[in-house]
Design a protein around this ligand. Structure first.
Ligand code: SF4
Length: 447
């Protein structure tokens, strides 16, 4: 599809006010007798999560064709991410067309989807490990740290930027996945305590939905008790893929709310950053979970990832933005996809992201309009997608700086080679020629 076709907008409906509330899971043969009460229970969701290809086949029965099963098997040899899918998300996949389903694409890898990685991909494309002064901490921005207490999530996303760590080793990638560990946390807290410039802590991973109530309280209270810490952000995809946790795990919800209330009492803030990327992830379960969080005054913001075939057209992107806004989630960022392994099929170009950003702007209130950003490979941090220093669109080379993050350094983002002209693809195939193109782009940018 061309960029212009993807920007044709259908404004005629108010689909964002409709939340599906049918028993959609009953179309899955293995769950045809599962009641609403069972499906709504967070324990049932965890217990019946999909973790193996054979489980997919058993649960789908005749809905799983032999060719799709073989494609899943082939995917296991290539994917950097293991399978872990809540029944909620699995049942929202379109099993009449799984190859093209945006939900399947995000969470269930198949062999036929993978493309060759870009020559300049990196397992740690954002250099989080390079900017890590102690284990579990990345300190890149002056007043903010990223804290990764766990590398376990309730689902594993095929597009994960931390695939080097998250969710255990696969046939293709060896990883040092870890769970919550007291000694590591003590080191992290000591680091934060001894750096008075830090005001903001993002607790990510991994996923905050996998912290127990006790761990949530321990982490939240210890950080809030550090005098210079003003803001906590718990990052989780849970609201999108496991809303049952908010609705039925009362002990955990009370722990979360307890940290929120303690923060308020101290004149500080605790918010949730979540991660809806497709409007197809949204149902009445999402709305009810958000109603519960909103009733307690807990602020939730969204960070989506721009992905081909999932949200790279104006109608899906606008529906996503309007529907999460309707649920009182603030659309905060849309990230252009990081240059990590196994994700070339998801990536879009800088030009496409700029065009989509322009198309979205003005469709709703400014505070509900996300900023489209490129997280500059090499650790430059998040930059607005149109703020590059120079963009050689023909060869897909953009040049970036980050004066407040890494003064004096120059960063590059590269568009997917498959989206370039045949001539440009030929230039990329030759090492000397691509190095010359990059040097020329850098020079044109004035460096
Ligand atoms: S929830 Fe976040 S950290 Fe976990 S697999 Fe998905 S993108 Fe990665």
């Amino acid at each position: 599809m061309t960029v212009s076709n993807k920007l044709k907008l259908n404004l005629a409906n108010l689909a964002h006010r409709q939340f599906r509330d049918d028993e959609f899971w009953r179309v899955i043969p293995g769950w045809s007798n599962v009641s609403r009460a069972e499906f709504s229970d967070h324990m049932w969701q965890m217990k019946h999560s999909i973790k193996k290809v054979d489980q997919v086949k058993t649960i789908l029965g005749d809905l799983c064709t032999d060719s799709f099963y073989q494609d899943m098997q082939k995917g296991q040899a290539k994917t950097p991410m293991n399978i872990r899918i809540t029944p909620y998300i699995f049942a929202l996949m379109d099993w009449s067309d799984p190859i093209n389903c945006p939900m399947r694409k995000q969470f269930l890898p198949i062999g036929s989807q993978f493309l060759e990685d870009h020559p300049y991909y990196e397992a740690d494309s954002l250099h989080e490990d390079v900017d890590s002064p102690v284990p579990t901490i990345t300190h890149r921005y002056h007043d903010k740290v990223l804290f990764l207490p766990t590398t376990i999530c309730p689902v594993y996303c095929s597009y994960c930027t931390r695939s080097r760590l998250i969710g255990g080793s696969t046939e293709a990638v060896e990883k040092d996945t870890y769970g919550v560990n007291q000694a590591r946390m003590d080191v992290a807290f000591d680091y934060i305590r001894s750096h008075e410039e830090i005001e903001d802590v993002v607790i990510s991973g991994g996923d905050a939905f996998m912290l127990t109530a006790k761990q949530f309280t321990f982490i939240g209270e210890n950080l809030l008790n550090i005098p210079h810490i003003r803001r906590l952000r718990f990052a989780t995809k849970g609201v999108a893929i496991y809303p049952q946790k908010v609705l039925t795990d009362h002990e955990w919800f009370n722990a979360l709310n307890g940290v929120h209330k303690k923060a308020r009492d101290m004149g500080k803030s605790m918010v949730i950053h979540t991660h809806f990327s497709s409007p197809k992830e949204i149902t009445m379960f999402s709305k009810l979970a958000m109603d519960r969080l909103f009733a307690e005054g807990i602020i939730v913001r969204n960070q989506a990832v721009l992905q081909e075939g999932i949200n790279d057209n104006i109608n899906d992107m606008l529906l996503l933005i309007k529907q999460i806004s309707y649920m009182n989630i603030q659309p905060y960022y849309v990230y252009i996809h990081d240059m990590v392994p196994g994700c070339e099929h998801f990536r879009t170009t800088i030009a496409e992201s700029v065009a989509l950003e322009k198309a979205v702007r003005g469709m709703t209130a400014g505070f509900n309009t996300p900023t489209f950003v490129c997280d500059a490979p090499g650790g430059g941090g998040k930059r607005h997608v149109a703020s590059y220093e120079y963009y050689d669109q023909e060869n897909g080379i953009s040049v970036w700086t980050a004066p407040n993050v890494k003064p004096g350094e120059v960063f590059f983002y590269f568009d997917p080679i498959r989206k370039l002209s045949k001539e440009a693809q030929a230039r990329w195939a030759d090492k000397a020629s691509r190095e010359a193109m990059i040097a020329a782009a850098k020079k044109k940018a004035g460096f």
